[in-house]
Design a protein. Structure first.
Length: 134
């Protein structure tokens, strides 16, 4: 089972309705490209839960990106990001973050720091523009 060999962290994004299904991705600390994201690999839209298992936390920040693909719906989408640190151990902790995605604010980014704190993450740096050829 999942807790027989507990991961360092389990990350879940819950939402109320499959029509309001945002995507959940992670940027791993060892990736050089700040825009390199890996989509969630646990759960599914029909169950209202998407998840990521972090077997061993790497040094550095793990960044979670929650994105609303739909721009047509007028109403806001509500979700909750839950990070379960050290599940099944005496050090177990639960971090929660309510998320609202609107038509204009379609992406939210949160980082899990080395200290085990969940906080808003800045957008990745914009790559420098290449000079136009003469």
């Amino acid at each position: 089972g999942i807790l027989r060999d507990p991961p360092d962290a389990l990350v879940a994004l819950t939402f109320e309705h499959p029509d309001d299904a945002p995507s959940l991705s992670i940027h791993w600390p060892d990736r050089e490209d700040p825009t390199a994201l890996e989509p969630s690999d646990l759960g599914d839209v029909a169950s209202g839960v998407l998840g990521i298992r972090i077997r061993e936390r790497q040094e550095g920040e793990h960044v979670f990106v929650i994105t609303r693909g739909d721009t047509d719906s007028l109403r806001d989408w509500h979700a909750e990001l839950i990070v379960l640190l050290r599940p099944g151990t005496p050090e177990e902790r639960i971090l929660r973050q309510d998320i609202v995605l609107t038509r204009t604010e379609r992406t939210r980014r949160y980082r899990l720091t080395d200290a085990g704190v969940l906080e808003v993450a800045p957008p990745p740096p914009t790559p420098p523009r290449r000079a136009a050829a003469p």
